[in-house]
Design a protein around this ligand. Structure first.
Ligand SMILES: Cc1cc2nc3c(=O)[nH]c(=O)nc-3n(C[C@H](O)[C@H](O)[C@H](O)COP(=O)(O)OP(=O)(O)OC[C@H]3O[C@@H](n4cnc5c(N)ncnc54)[C@H](O)[C@@H]3O)c2cc1C
Length: 564
């Protein structure tokens, strides 16, 4: 009854506000002058050159899906900063959301996404992605992905915020690993697609207001220039900006920073989704404990054994992620404890171990049996909602640059991503970006691929050697403390000042290596996040201000846009 009431209340708000498009408010950045246009000196006469028709930066699900849309007559090059297997996509656990159950409807999935997004979603985008989902999933199956099945039917799970069973998964809780295995194998068969791993993209090349490719470095070697007719940015997220994160080490927000330096309009940078349940054992990696665990019936209890979600939300453990994250942080404070616990002791132990083999293995390594012991968890930075603004054609504000996946702000997620909608977004927008970049490259067949004069007039300093690891740790800790799950003015202001201070001497340096470029990117992204979080004086979705706890649709139903 209570849930029904809440849903209909949300539905009314959403329908009312849906009728009007979400406006944008441009934020000025007085510190833009600190950010150099390029991180490295570019001297076309003194470096190597490479030419391709379509350049795809990033080989996660979005990047690989884009590659499959490029016409075989065009040369395609994919760059990845680490091995191809190392991406957020590979680590995805729960699955992909798609309407598959005969009882379910596209409208239900659309509605669940809009409700989670708290009036900031673009309803046309939501509609497009939801309706394309079954075709994109079917395509993955054709290309070799083995999703979990029972009696010849796909097994459908349920996660927080979804009104129906619609999460398709693989290998129990290792969906991303299986999808990426199949996608990588399928991509490697494409003869006109070349993949360069361990190749760090430092910046986008721009000339006369158009993206012309990128400057990159293979294994920390001398930067070289890649000239392309069309470029697609698919660099994923930036969880590593925070000390606590579910993201692998590659997720340092390079694409967000690269795009910003090239003048691309960035949007919704304050919206970082914190996953409520990240394994919290000293010495363990910050392994995510998938939402599907709660979908199967796990309870959240605090240090005293109290099942507390009922104190916060009638949807209990299946409330949306932001609600559960806030409740956990609150309960940790109340009980003066560094974590809370997930328990599945009341569920069938054989089913629990079978359904979550990966989590069972990791926990067993620390002496925990997931079926009989309580699992210590707390929130961690998980999914970046904000990024390069893209339109329905995956076009960014920079001509010649397309983007897809977690690096973008497409309008699908609004102020809060619904669980398992992001692999889906990568597939749908990856295909759109690949198709449109391909068409554009074919239309521009006569566009000469040649070395262009790139102006890089930034004054570079080489001052005292700086301890990159020390600054990186300090920034990540600062972001976690001051720009984390709970935010308020004093702490955000303190963060902005501290990051500006770091920027003033780190961004001006000529740092010749991945560690340095990553740090410069982390600082660039952190500052954007802190400034946007400070500006948004309300709470909405994943952005929670303790000093402005209500959602303010009158003044704040708008995107924040940051342009260099
Ligand atoms: C632990 C975990 C579990 C998740 N579970 C789910 C789930 O169940 N369902 C769901 O829908 N979503 C889930 N997500 C989110 C989802 O995995 C990601 O949003 C999605 O995979 C992003 O895909 P992408 O292609 O945009 O980026 P990624 O998969 O992260 O790929 C990024 C690519 O860019 C490359 N790159 C980055 N920077 C550079 C650079 N400077 N130079 C060159 N290359 C670069 C990387 O090497 C990589 O190849 C999960 C995420 C995590 C971390």
């Amino acid at each position: 009854m209570a849930i029904g009431f809440l849903r209909s209340l949300n539905l009314m708000t959403t329908l009312e506000t849906l009728m009007t498009a979400v406006p944008s408010l441009a934020l000025t950045q007085p510190w833009s002058h600190m950010t150099p246009r390029y991180l490295v000196p570019i001297e076309p006469k003194r470096c190597g050159h490479f030419f391709t028709d379509v350049l795809i930066i990033g080989g996660g699900l979005a990047g690989l899906r884009a590659a499959h849309e490029v016409d075989p007559s065009l040369r395609t090059l994919i760059l990845t900063k680490d091995k191809l297997e190392e991406s957020n996509s590979t680590y995805a656990q729960g699955g992909i959301a798609s309407v598959w159950d005969p009882e379910d409807r596209f409208d239900n999935h659309v509605q669940d996404t809009l409700v989670a997004g708290v009036d900031l979603c673009d309803s046309n985008v939501v509609d497009l992605v939801v309706r394309e989902a079954p075709d994109r999933v079917a395509e993955l199956i054709r290309w070799g992905t083995r999703f979990d099945q029972q009696d010849g039917q796909l097994v459908l799970g349920r996660e927080g915020g979804h009104s129906h069973q619609r999460i398709i998964h693989a290998l129990g809780d290792a969906t991303g690993k299986e999808i990426m295995r199949a996608m990588i194998a399928h991509t490697r068969e494409r003869l006109h697609t070349e993949i360069c791993e361990e190749t760090f993209t430092i910046d986008l090349l721009t000339h006369e207001g158009r993206c012309r490719g990128a400057v990159a470095s293979y294994r920390n070697g001398k930067p070289y220039l890649i000239w392309a007719k069309e470029t697609i940015l698919c660099t994923g997220g930036c969880g590593q900006v925070f000390r606590e994160s579910t993201n692998p080490l590659v997720a340092t927000g390079d694409g967000h920073a690269i795009a910003f330096r090239a003048g691309v309009a960035m949007r919704d940078m304050e919206f970082m989704q914190f996953h409520p349940t990240v394994l919290y054992i000293a010495g363990s990696s910050r392994t995510l404990i998938t939402e599907a665990v709660r979908g199967e019936g796990a309870y959240l209890i605090d240090a005293t054994g109290h099942r507390f979600m009922g104190d916060y939300d009638p949807r209990l453990e299946l409330a949306p992620r932001d609600v559960v994250s806030k409740a956990i942080v609150n309960q940790m404070e109340k009980t003066q404890s560094p974590c809370v616990y997930l328990t599945m002791k009341h569920l069938d132990s054989v089913h629990v171990r079978d359904r979550f083999p990966g989590i069972a293995r990791v926990c067993a390594g620390f002496g925990l049996d997931i079926a009989t012991d309580s699992i210590p968890v707390r929130p961690g930075a998980h999914y970046m909602i904000g990024g390069c603004e893209v339109d329905g054609n995956a076009r960014t504000s920079l001509p010649g640059l397309w983007a897809a996946g977690e690096v973008t702000s497409s309008g699908l997620h609004g102020a809060n991503r619904l669980a398992s909608n992001s692999l889906l977004e990568g597939l749908v927008y990856g295909a759109i970006a690949g198709r449109n970049a391909s068409r554009s490259a074919l239309d521009n067949l006569n566009l000469e691929l040649r070395v262009l004069p790139i102006s890089n007039q930034a004054k570079r300093q080489s001052v005292q050697p700086i301890d990159l690891a020390d600054i990186r740790n300090a920034v990540r800790a600062l972001m976690w403390r001051n720009v984390g799950v709970q935010r308020r003015e004093e702490r955000l202001t303190e963060a902005v000042h501290a990051i500006q201070q770091y920027c003033s001497y780190v961004l001006a340096q000529d740092l010749s290596g991945v560690d340095g470029w990553e740090l410069q990117n982390i600082l660039t992204v952190s500052l954007q996040m802190a400034i946007a979080a400070l500006a948004r004086t309300e709470s909405r979705g994943v952005h929670f201000r303790t000093d402005f706890p209500s959602t303010d649709n009158v003044n704040w139903r708008k995107h924040l846009e940051i342009v260099r």
